[in-house]
Design a protein around this ligand. Structure first.
Ligand code: NAG
Ligand code: NAG
Length: 803
């Protein structure tokens, strides 16, 4: 409607000013469409047109408009395409004249063709291709082909649209010459890896009603740039490998992928460890990422390896990952036994659970392969106690006895729990040190020995011996004579015992006739601290020696008086004249006496009974026989050698006493002898009394001195080595010994060697009876010693033994 109103106004304006009629019609009207009522508009009668033979005059060959004379209107004759008629020129009008005849007149008519939107914008090509690197920078500009629209005005191309707009935006630019340029600008980076090809649609839109559009496809091929690093499939890989695996063992395969294309996506693998020994142990295949061992894998060296792997593409982009290789242990290490501290010696009185040795066990393997158990042999008084992990102490678990076993070789064996198990062992040698726990023991429960009387003092009688199971000083036995007395006399005046050797010496000469046997005890004491001791009883049997000649009891031999046996002249053969009675204080054979006639005035008259000593006549006494007969009878004992005594027996062969007297009175009597005897007896009594008092004083003094001396030693606290000075004194009253011997006991600083000097008169044979060996006799030659002179004083040097 608005167009018709506008057309009307235009028509009026044209007619009035130019005398020219203008019409305006849109293009593309259908054939026969009314353009305008020309007759009316020219103010002509309809008949005038017919009569005037009105026709259209135009220079153009084409006739778009025809004149209908009957109706007086202009009609569209041909389809009018404004674009073909005027192209882009505006306004677009058809100019022609209507010519009339009769009268001839013409009118100019202009038919303006208005545009309708009958053309869509079009692109020259339906598709445009680009190849853009994905690394193209933002803001990169790509010029697009423009579209064209044949329509004009508002129907012309108005704008472009680009879809999608993910990566690009459209930019229109008008150049100075008025040309318009369509560009697309990269506003978001491309990613080949996401979209290798991007299709965009560029739409050109006009402003017509209805709107029309044309499109063009923009195909963008994104070119690869090395914008992607290789990427490992896992940040960390894990693998296990058994230790001692041979070289070339497959460990693991790593994989990295690279999203890029071609060489940008070609991945090579390498190991980048530098500071450790990984490169010596592992290698990675450059191409396929397989990790293999190339060196010795030792669990004990390294329980796991951290391999840093690098994947690189050829563009130099890299990615790294870790491969953690856990090494599986195999039992390839023996347990190691380390002795942390050790005693080589332990006392036999060590308490239970005394630690002897501390041991540390180490097995480099792990788990069961490193689980170590240790043990020692059984039946020894030790046990192995596990303290904390891997620490053991060897302790005593029963009493030790050096005397039973003085040394132990303790083998500690340790084995692990691996399969197969490995083991090692160490042998500890342990000495057991001695404690004085054994008293000396004598070889016999009692001793018995024989000594022949009249021995030389200092003679060794025999030896007692005690053994001590302990060791060294604890087994060093000293022999000590126990104090006792024999018949009231200290035994030390009979025997002495050598402290070191146990040799029993006779201190004095024994007289069988005085004492036949005696007992004493010898103590054996060891050198331990405190010392242990035991004692044994010793019996000494004195053997008789033929040391006493027979003693004639009858007839009594007096110096002065004369005794005679009377034999009557009438005596028969076999008359018992007298009997010689003799005794021998010796015993046995030594006391077995025999009697023989040694000399006689008349040998044919008397005989002496060999056994009984009876003197008998052996023939008839005759008158011719002398009154005074003198017989010498020898009494012999049966000893070896034998001893004898001779007795003179006076026999008077007479019938009466006066006869005898006359024969025997030639012996004078000494009257003075009896007078003097009384005087001498008184004098002797006085001397004896004086000597007795003197002795008493001396003995008391000595006793007091000794007592004080022993107190001093006792208080000094030093071990007292007892000594028993063999004493001999003639005042002891034995009285039978023919000689007095003094001797010296010496102790040197080395108490193991005592040198005692005994006076002996020469070599002496001593018989010793061994009580156990059924009476076997042993002959022992006593040593020759130096004889000390009788008056040399008793000297005792005392030394204190210092252990
Ligand atoms: C202990 O071993 C040593 C040396 O191997 C050997 O001399 C000694 O006799 C052994 N002792 C014991 C009690 O077996
Ligand atoms: C001697 O030993 C016995 C045990 O054998 C003991 O009873 C006695 O007291 C000891 N005598 C001395 C004097 O030591």
């Amino acid at each position: 409607m608005t167009r018709q109103v506008l057309l009307f106004i235009v028509l009026l304006f044209i007619r009035s000013v130019y005398g020219q009629i203008s019409y305006s019609i849109p293009e593309e009207m259908s054939k026969g469409s009314l353009v305008g009522n020309i007759a009316h508009d020219l103010g002509l009668q309809p008949k005038r047109l017919s009569s005037g033979k009105a026709r259209i005059y135009t220079r153009d060959s084409d006739e778009y408009i025809e004149l209908n004379r009957e109706r007086g209107v202009l009609l569209v004759k041909e389809r009018i395409d404004r674009e073909a008629l005027c192209r882009r020129a505006t306004p677009c009008a058809l100019h022609f004249q209507i010519i009339l005849e009769n009268p001839m007149e013409f009118y100019s008519v202009a038919v303006q063709i208005t545009d309708i939107n009958d053309n869509a914008p079009t692109f020259e090509k339906s598709e445009m291709k680009f190849k853009i690197s994905e690394s193209a920078t933002l803001g990169a500009i790509f010029v697009l082909k423009r579209a064209a629209d044949l329509d004009v005005g508002t129907n012309d191309l108005q704008r472009y649209e680009l879809k999608p707009t993910d990566n690009f935006v459209l930019k229109l630019q008008t150049k100075a010459d008025g040309n318009k340029i369509v560009e697309m600008v990269l506003q978001k980076p491309l990613d080949r890896e996401k979209d290798e090809q991007i299709s965009l649609v560029l739409t050109a839109v006009d402003g017509g009603e209805p709107q029309m559009s044309g499109t063009m496809l923009i195909v963008i091929t994104v070119l690869d740039a090395n914008d992607n690093a290789p990427v490992f499939t896992q940040p960390t890989y894990k693998a296990t490998v058994t230790e001692n695996s041979p070289k070339g063992t497959f460990v693991a395969a790593v994989k990295a992928s690279d999203a890029d294309h071609g060489s940008n996506g070609k991945v090579t693998y390498s190991i980048t460890n530098t500071l450790d020994n990984v490169l010596e142990v592992f290698d990675v295949n450059e191409e396929n990422g397989e990790v293999t061992s190339i060196g010795n894998i030792d669990f004990e060296d390294s329980r796991n390896y951290e391999i840093n792997l690098l994947a690189s593409d050829e563009g130099g982009l890299t990615h790294s990952c870790k491969l953690i290789v856990d090494v599986t242990d195999i039992n390839d290490n023996k347990p190691e036994i380390n002795i942390m501290s050790k005693s080589n010696v332990i006392s036999e009185d060590a308490k239970l659970n005394t630690v002897v040795t501390m041991i540390n066990i180490e097995d480099k393997d792990s788990g069961e392969n490193g689980d170590v158990k240790c043990y020692i042999s059984e039946n020894i008084p030790f046990t192995l106690k596990a303290s904390t992990n891997d620490f053991y102490s060897l302790i005593t678990d029963s009493d030790l006895d050096r005397e039973r076993s003085s040394e132990y070789n303790i083998t500690v064996s340790c084995s692990d729990e691996g399969v197969p198990s490995l083991s090692s062992s160490v042998t500890l040698t342990l000495q057991i040190s001695d404690v004085n726990d054994n008293a000396p023991v004598f070889e016999r429960s009692a001793y018995e020995a024989y000594i022949v009387e009249n021995n030389t003092p200092g003679l060794s009688i025999f030896t007692v011996k005690a053994g001590d199971a302990d060791w060294k000083q604890n087994a060093r036995v000293s022999y000590i004579l126990e104090d006792s007395s024999v018949n009231g006399v200290p035994v030390s005046s009979f025997v002495s015992v050598s402290a070191d050797s146990g040799v029993i010496h006779a201190v004095r000469s024994f007289d069988y006739e005085q004492i036949k046997d005696f007992h004493f005890r010898v103590k054996a004491q060891d050198g331990g601290s405190p010392p242990l001791s035991s004692n044994v009883s010793v019996k000494i049997l004195i053997q008789d020696q033929n040391d006493n000649p027979p003693q004639v009891l009858y007839p009594v031999q007096t110096g002065g008086s004369l005794v005679a046996e009377m034999v009557p002249r009438s005596a028969d053969v076999g008359y018992l004249v007298s009997k010689v009675v003799a005794v021998d204080v010796d015993s046995g054979q030594n006391a077995w006496l025999s009697y023989k006639l040694q000399k006689a005035t008349d040998r044919a008259l008397f005989e002496v009974g060999l056994q009984n000593g009876e003197i008998r006549t052996i023939r008839q006494v005759s008158d011719k026989d002398a009154v005074k007969q003198r017989l010498a009878v020898i009494v012999e004992d049966n000893g070896q050698p034998s001893r004898s005594a001779t007795v003179i027996v006076n026999v008077a062969v007479a019938d009466s006493f006066p006869e005898v007297l006359s024969e025997f009175t030639d012996f004078p009597h000494d009257k003075e002898y009896n007078d003097n005897l009384t005087f001498y007896l008184v004098l002797a009594l006085a001397v004896v009394s004086f000597l007795f008092i003197t002795c008493l004083v001396v003995i008391i003094s000595v006793k007091i001195y000794r007592w004080r001396q022993s107190r001093i030693l006792y208080h000094s606290g030093l071990p007292v080595i007892p000594y028993y000075p063999p004493r001999y004194s003639d005042t002891l009253g034995t009285g039978t010994l023919p000689h007095v011997y003094n001797y010296e006991v010496c102790r040197t600083t080395d108490s193991r060697k005592s040198d005692c000097k005994f006076g002996t008169a020469g070599s002496q044979n001593v018989l010793i009876m061994d009580p156990s060996s059924t009476g076997t006799m042993q002959r022992i030659q006593s040593e020759k010693s130096i004889l000390d002179e009788a008056d040399s004083p008793l000297e005792v040097r005392l030394s204190v033994y210092n252990p």
